[in-house]
Each structure stands twice: as structure tokens, then as C-alpha cells.
Design a protein around this ligand. Structure first.
Ligand code: ZN
Length: 101
């Protein structure tokens, strides 16, 4: 779309917390880059009419990602206890990658 300075477009205003009319105040690549809410007159980046994620959502996403990446430690079998006949696991760390010449 070709926006022009001063064009009135819809966008989400975080101050009004809803879609409001905005004036284009800055352009980029033929589209709106910055807009000014015509209700509260605050400038902000054009968001393509998308509401930004709330802090609550961000927190939720953070927790979700933490679960996904397996932050919970795996159950470590106690040392020296022969449970199901498996080999006793050594807790020594594997040697990491070293920069050897
Ligand atoms: Zn506003």
C-alpha cells in the first residue's frame, strides 16, 4: 500500500488501548513507519493494527519457553545404590571441547 504523510489509517493505540484513527507522520518503504493517534495525539511506530503483547502474555511465553527448553533437571539416580541393575553412573563431567592445537 502507498501511504502518504497525513493519511488517516487505523492502528492500535496503547494509550487508548484500542484501534483508533491515526495520522501517518513518518514513512518507510512506501508504508507507514510512525503514526500519531488522533485521539490522544501520541506518536508511535505503526503496528499494522496489531495489539502489542501484554506483559502478562510475555511472562506466559517465557514460562512456556522455559518448559520447552527442558529447564527442569532430569531425575538423578542416587550414587552407590543399585536399583534396577543398571550401571552406576559417574557424576564426573565429560571433558568439554578444548581448543587443542
Ligand atoms: Zn491514542
Amino acid at each position: 500500500m502507498d501511504a502518504r504523510l497525513g493519511d488517516v489509517i487505523d492502528d492500535f493505540c496503547v494509550k487508548c488501548r484500542r484501534l483508533t484513527n491515526h495520522s501517518v507522520v513518518s514513512l518507510m518503504n512506501g508504508g507507514a513507519a510512525k503514526v500519531r493517534c488522533r485521539t490522544c495525539y501520541s506518536d508511535h511506530d505503526y503496528r499494522n493494527e496489531q495489539a502489542p503483547p501484554s506483559k502478562k502474555d510475555l511472562k506466559k511465553a517465557e514460562l512456556f519457553n522455559a518448559v520447552l527448553s527442558g529447564v527442569t533437571p532430569p531425575p538423578a539416580p542416587p550414587d552407590g545404590v543399585s536399583g534396577d541393575g543398571g550401571e552406576p553412573k559417574k557424576t564426573a563431567k565429560k571433558p568439554g571441547k578444548r581448543a587443542e592445537a
